[in-house]
Design a protein around this ligand. Structure first.
Ligand SMILES: C[S@@+](CC[C@H](N)C(=O)[O-])C[C@H]1O[C@@H](n2cnc3c(N)ncnc32)[C@H](O)[C@@H]1O
Length: 421
């Protein structure tokens, strides 16, 4: 029997992004050689007797040499087996897939390739960053940041990139991001160019940091960003399209049933990782009289962290443009704002419902109206809130502060208050 090799691109980590062809290949594999960036839960689809070989590199730890990987592919295929080489992203985007194809072809083996969704595009996408955007940028360049500019092994023309007007997507660039950004600016990239770093894209631990190109490396370092991460440099990095992963929506829908009290107060180090855009207030008429402005709507992460101790009430959201609502600012008004509790490890699993319960439990009996600001993309939560008696406040109602990317809801808690709205 003639063996063969199939290179399968597994996408950035979410099993849902493995192609149908890739899944079929796994289901028909005798042997799978896999890397750690591939969606490993898909290995459960392999036949029970399949031999699964971990050839992934552990950062700073063991690695199977490329030579040995090639040998394993060839040995198993020559023994008549169907060997799947399962990789993260696309096999030909910094994946050494080409080398493996050549090695197998030289050994006289047939090789099939199943492309994968590359993290270079999929990571930014989930952070709401389109790598091209009509009227903004017409090209993108994917570049390795494995070695810094000026390194003898670097073949990238950073000067050309600085002037190209492309979106620059850097893979494998966490350690060298500072040097890369500095070189781009030194070569003429405007210092105010936006940038973003997306770590663990499409995984539950995904984090996005946004800043200008001159600050992004430091910001990423401050919040402890580590590989795997993608850097995006260019005007599109300022975009924050309201998109979510399909799984977020599915989980949110299921979570309608899940109720738990496992909330805890927000901490400073949540700021980098929370996915919450929820704001609840109970108030009297100050807001209706338009005498109150929500402070610090666009504080960046560094400011939020520096001022954390002064915040008593939290609104946290994906990305570094966090929103801080400060009780101190409210002193002297007749507002009372409740401390929000968070449950970061329960993201997308009933958080909306938990916060709702918390808000209602914490509201003083005298509260006449409960206000709630939530992300426009939180469709499941919006349904939840409206079922709980909240009404959407129309976009053209300017009597309340407008918060970017949010919808505003209000619940009237007494007949008395209903007379005022
Ligand atoms: C050896 S390259 C492989 C790229 C892969 N073939 C692809 O097309 O996405 C590994 C780099 O890809 C990026 N990467 C891959 N998966 C990622 C993920 N889920 N989140 C963030 N970055 C990722 C990181 O820059 C990482 O250092």
């Amino acid at each position: 029997m003639t063996g063969r090799v199939t290179l399968v691109g597994g996408g950035p980590g979410d099993p849902g992004l493995l192609t149908v062809a890739g899944l079929d290949a796994l289901r028909g594999a005798d042997v799978v050689l896999y890397d750690h960036l591939a969606p490993l839960s898909c290995l459960e689809e392999c036949p029970p007797g399949a031999l699964l070989i971990d050839v992934g590199k552990i950062p700073g730890g063991r690695a199977t040499s490329q030579q040995r990987i090639n040998e394993l592919l060839i040995e198993h295929a020559q023994a008549g087996r169907h060997v799947v080489r399962f990789k993260g992203g696309d096999p030909f985007v910094f994946g050494r897939g080409g080398e493996e194809v050549l090695a197998c072809a030289e050994a006289g083996l047939g090789v099939a390739v199943i492309p994968g969704v590359t993290s270079a595009v999929a990571g930014p996408a989930l952070a709401g960053i389109p790598v091209t955007h009509r009227g903004v940028v017409q090209a993108f360049t994917v570049v390795s940041g494995h070695v810094p500019p000026g390194h003898p092994a670097s073949t990238t023309d950073w000067t050309a990139l600085a002037h190209a007007g492309h979106t620059i997507v850097v893979l494998m660039g966490v350690a060298n991001l500072g040097a890369i950004c500095a070189e781009l600016v030194a070569q003429g990239l405007p210092a105010e160019t936006p940038a973003a770093v997306i770590a663990d894209a499409w995984l539950p631990t995904m984090r996005t940091v946004r800043a200008g190109v001159t600050e992004i490396a430091e910001q990423a370092k401050q919040v402890g960003i580590h590989a795997p991460a993608i850097a995006v440099i260019g005007e599109v990095a300022a975009q924050e399209l309201p998109v979510g992963a399909p799984s977020e929506f599915e989980q949110a829908a299921k979570a309608d049933e899940a109720v738990t009290d496992e909330l805890r107060p927000a901490r400073a180090d949540d700021a980098a990782e929370l996915l919450v855009l929820q704001r609840a207030c109970w108030t009297s008429d100050a807001i209706l009289n338009n005498t109150f402005e929500i402070p610090a709507l666009h504080e960046d992460l560094a400011t939020v962290r520096a001022n954390f101790a002064t915040y008593e009430t939290w609104v946290l959201r994906r990305g570094p443009r966090l929103i801080g609502a400060v009780r101190g600012v409210l002193r002297g008004t007749d507002w009372e704002v409740g401390r929000l509790m968070v449950a970061p490890d329960l993201q997308g699993q009933g958080l909306g419902r938990m916060l709702l319960q918390h808000i209602e439990r914490q509201a003083p009996p005298s509260a006449r109206r409960l206000w709630l600001f939530t992300g426009k993309r939180s469709e499941a939560n919006i349904r939840l809130y409206t079922r709980a008696g909240y009404q959407l406040i129309p976009d053209d109602d300017d009597s309340l502060p407008h918060v970017p990317h949010t919808v505003r809801l209000v619940k009237l808690t007494s007949p008395e208050s209903s007379q005022t709205r």
